[in-house]
Design a binder for this molecule. Sequence first.
Ligand SMILES: C[S@@+](CC[C@H](N)C(=O)[O-])C[C@H]1O[C@@H](n2cnc3c(N)ncnc32)[C@H](O)[C@@H]1O
Length: 222
Amino acid sequence: MKINARLKKIGDLAPANSFCLDIGCDHALLDIYLVHKNKNIKAVASDIAEGPLEQAKENIKRERLEKEIEVRLGDGLSTYSKEIDTIIISGMGGRNIIGICKKDLKILKNIDTLIISPNNYQEDVKRYLCKNGFYIENEEFVKDKKFIYQIIIFKKGKRKYTNIEYFFGPVFLVKKGVLFREYYEREMKSREILLTILPGKYKLKKKRIKKEIEMIKNEIED
Ligand SMILES: C[S@@+](CC[C@H](N)C(=O)[O-])C[C@H]1O[C@@H](n2cnc3c(N)ncnc32)[C@H](O)[C@@H]1O
């Protein structure tokens, strides 16, 4: 089955021999890719909505992977079971992802790896998970059509990060590269536009945005 560049990259980052729970699987294309990649990965495809799960079941059946991929209906981590060691959450807003984790924080204590790709509020997701038992092992950008997405690999453990590391991503700051520059050039432009439309009364917000623009300039210009 055809898979887009974003999901393929997420799939390529999943650890070999892992048992993955894909929360918000939608069509389950990622799970099908994971199992086909033959890294001895087992997967549970779960979603809160019945419609997507019906589509997922059809896709899994068409690929004859009913034995390898289990489908579960439920909200967030409610579909967890104890054989799972890796959780994938992608294609959702960062606040929804934090909400899912917050609801069942105890479950995350059993998890070794989180593969998270939020559509927004990436910094908030990093801060939340790093305050709750994980550190950032890797960060990757992937460009799919005209969008650039972040994929963050969290591992169980503790590390301290500075505000600048949280803002850019501690691994991104070290690796940088072409997509880092393109991503943060876009972030800078959107902040410059925001500055022109924000009414004068938002003084503090404007100050923070100006500071962020300076931080971005410093990082992409060296
Ligand atoms: C935009 S799709 C993303 C699908 C896929 N993960 C991807 O990256 O392309 C978001 C999916 O998450 C599901 N979803 C949203 N909130 C959820 C929750 N709390 N628990 C489980 N699934 C959820 C939606 O029903 C939808 O199918």
